[in-house]
Design a binder for this molecule. Structure first.
Ligand code: ATP
Ligand code: MG
Length: 257
């Protein structure tokens, strides 16, 4: 589909196109398209740009990944469709494993995502087929199936576009959970250790850049980035940002003509 260069919703429409393409390729579940819509709404409220609270959360996230013994990046259909190359790059920069984890798991979809990630440079993709042989306690969806070499033994897990139940389950297992979620009110956002309230399409490329710089920092410097981070403050700031933006907008002229 051709979208005029000056169209005000151009970026957003291009992202939709990627998801629709991903759906046609068998990467994205129909429910994933709807979940994206919920994210879009919050992106609209945030202003469709990375805010300082998200940037600070990304610093803490990269520090946690670099300090981790067994970092894992969990990938679902939407993430694979939107940022496959960047996920592979991030995994390389922080030395993390990539694992497929799907709410609506089918063999076809996990294999399609595996193939797609390999086409974008991944050397190893966990959580596909027999590899997803371990189970996370307290979970009833297909999200509970994980790789015994990946999420099961991970100390830090990056979960872009996660479900609330699984975030809670991973926290209860003692893991540091980094979420990317545009909705600061979701259970995922509130249960994660570090919540990046931003769009995954902006976050992952920025984290790659940050990782390239931060991997030169000493362990104690990274530890202090992590120590100074407060996730409750991040979520409060995200809500205050939305509130003040809407406050300003509600006292300005809104009609176009
Ligand atoms: P939770 O299960 O955490 O309570 P939920 O049930 O409201 O959340 P889900 O349907 O489980 O939401 O997952 C969709 C979530 O993913 C939404 O919170 C939405 O904000 C977020 N999301 C969708 N697309 C993106 C995106 N491109 N970048 C970041 N977040 C996104
Ligand atoms: Mg949910």
């Amino acid at each position: 589909m051709w979208i005029p260069p000056g169209h005000p919703r151009r970026e957003s429409l291009l992202i939709r196109e990627k998801l629709v393409e991903g759906f046609k390729k068998g990467l994205v579940a129909p429910e994933g398209l709807i979940a994206h819509g919920r994210g879009e709404c919050f992106d609209y409220l945030i202003g469709e740009s990375t805010q300082p609270f998200a940037d600070r959360a990304m610093n803490a996230a990269v520090a946690a990944l670099l300090l981790a013994k067994h970092p894992v990046i969990s990938v679902n259909g939407n993430t694979a469709a939107l940022v496959p190359r960047e996920v592979v790059e991030l995994a390389r920069e922080v030395n993390a494993k990539i694992e497929v984890n799907l709410f609506y798991r089918t063999r076809e979809r996990e294999e399609a995502i595996d193939k797609w990630l390999r086409e974008h440079g991944a050397v190893e993709v966990l959580g596909v087929g027999e590899d997803a042989s371990a189970t996370i306690p307290e979970l009833f969806s297909e999200r509970r199936r994980v790789s015994p070499r990946g999420i099961l033994v991970a100390d830090v897990v990056l979960v872009p576009l996660e479900d609330g139940d699984r975030t809670e389950a991973l926290r209860k297992m003692g893991k540091t959970v980094i979420a990317i979620d545009l909705n600061p009110l979701s259970r995922t956002s509130r249960a994660a250790s570090i919540t990046i309230v931003d769009n995954v399409v902006r976050t992952i490329p920025l984290m790659v850049e940050k990782a390239k710089v931060m991997k030169k920092m000493s362990r104690s410097e990274l530890e202090s980035v992590l120590r100074e981070y407060d996730n409750n403050k991040t979520l409060q700031e995200a809500l205050r940002h939305i509130l003040s933006r809407l406050g300003e907008l509600s006292s300005s002229k809104l009609t176009l003509f």
